[in-house]
Design a protein around this ligand. Structure first.
Ligand SMILES: Cc1cc2nc3c(=O)[nH]c(=O)nc-3n(C[C@H](O)[C@H](O)[C@H](O)COP(=O)(O)OP(=O)(O)OC[C@H]3O[C@@H](n4cnc5c(N)ncnc54)[C@H](O)[C@@H]3O)c2cc1C
Length: 288
């Protein structure tokens, strides 16, 4: 398939990119790794007149610590996330999630910012960033604004970003104390996209009871969501088998589950419950 004709610009700075978007408010699109946008263009589902390639902007690809936060530049690739020694040490959920995205080619080109901005209902990153209570720094003609993960994902392929804005950074609070994390996924056998994906992060007290939890679920509904009923059911309880099973049974409470060629809504709800139970158990077992 051949995309419709388009112009291409590769700005060197974020300001140049913002200006280009402002000059073409209706027909420009940002190009990051191109692994969602280019397939859509080839199918002519997207026909931008101008691609603004942010891949040449310096200082948009990084993973670093800043006080009690982890800062991730938007064009950091899935592979850089997967292979980061820093993340493996301080927030292993992120490399674990990255390692399960697509295949090696997708991970080498695709970016965390592109994935979050695209808001594919079967994308992996939204679940992890919701579980970690991360936030997105978006920038536009009027400067930066910070949007929490809970507010960022609005609907199918829709985020809280305004036209002309660029996602430039993802911020995560560094996990502290006795914590455990896990990502459990049922991948589509061809693409690797999540039929269901569950990200869990737990903080445990010294007696092993739950102090706090974060549960993000993707693949089930039109957008990734926080499983608040699971988090409430975990409360401050001791994480024995019965408590985990009971909490996980709420994984799809109040959710309108997607039915499609790959799985019925009922099956997705069942998968969400099973994999939430497994992810909580794995996170609890890893907590140290
Ligand atoms: C074969 C295949 C298998 C895949 N499997 C998986 C999988 O298992 N799990 C998974 O999660 N994903 C999967 N993907 C998608 C992949 O992770 C994409 O890389 C990702 O969704 C988009 O990131 P990108 O950098 O390629 O963005 P692009 O394709 O360049 O852009 C995607 C969209 O986001 C916008 N955008 C990009 N960056 C920004 C930014 N910084 N600010 C604002 N808007 C921006 C673009 O304008 C575009 O609308 C797969 C893709 C393919 C082709």
């Amino acid at each position: 398939m051949i995309p419709a004709q388009f112009d291409y610009q590769a700005p060197k700075t974020l300001n140049e990119a913002i200006n280009l978007l402002a000059q073409h408010p209706d027909d420009a699109k940002i190009l990051a790794g191109g692994h969602s946008l280019i397939p859509a263009m080839k199918l002519r589902l997207a026909q931008p007149a101008l691609l603004v390639d942010i891949g040449r902007i310096k200082d948009l690809s990084y993973i670093r610590e800043d006080g009690n936060q982890i800062l991730i530049g938007a064009t950091t690739t899935h592979y850089q996330m997967e292979s980061s020694a820093l993340l493996k040490n301080i927030c292993p959920l992120l490399p674990e999630c990255a390692s399960q995205i697509g295949d090696v080619q997708v991970r080498n080109k695709g970016t965390i910012g592109g994935s979050l901005a695209h808001a594919d209902p079967a994308g992996d990153w939204p679940a992890a960033i919701i579980a970690l209570r991360g936030s997105m720094v978006v920038t536009g003609p009027s400067g930066d604004r910070v949007i929490t993960a809970d507010d960022f994902f609005v609907d199918l392929l829709t985020t809280a970003m305004q036209p002309g804005e660029i996602l430039r950074e993802i911020r995560i609070e560094k996990p502290q104390g006795r914590f455990g994390q896990a990502y459990q996924k049922v991948p589509h056998p061809a693409s690797g996209f999540a039929v269901v994906g569950v990200a869990v992060t737990l903080n445990l007290a010294s007696d092993g009871s739950c102090q706090s939890s974060g549960v993000g679920i993707t693949g089930v509904a039109s957008k990734a969501y926080r499983a608040t009923a699971v988090e409430s059911a975990l409360g401050n309880k001791k994480l024995d088998e019965a408590t985990i099973a009971d909490a996980a049974s709420h994984a799809a409470d109040g959710v309108d589950a997607n039915s499609d060629l790959h799985a019925s809504g009922e099956y997705r709800r069942q998968l969400a419950q099973v994999h939430t139970r497994r992810a909580i158990a794995a996170a609890a077992a890893r907590a140290r």
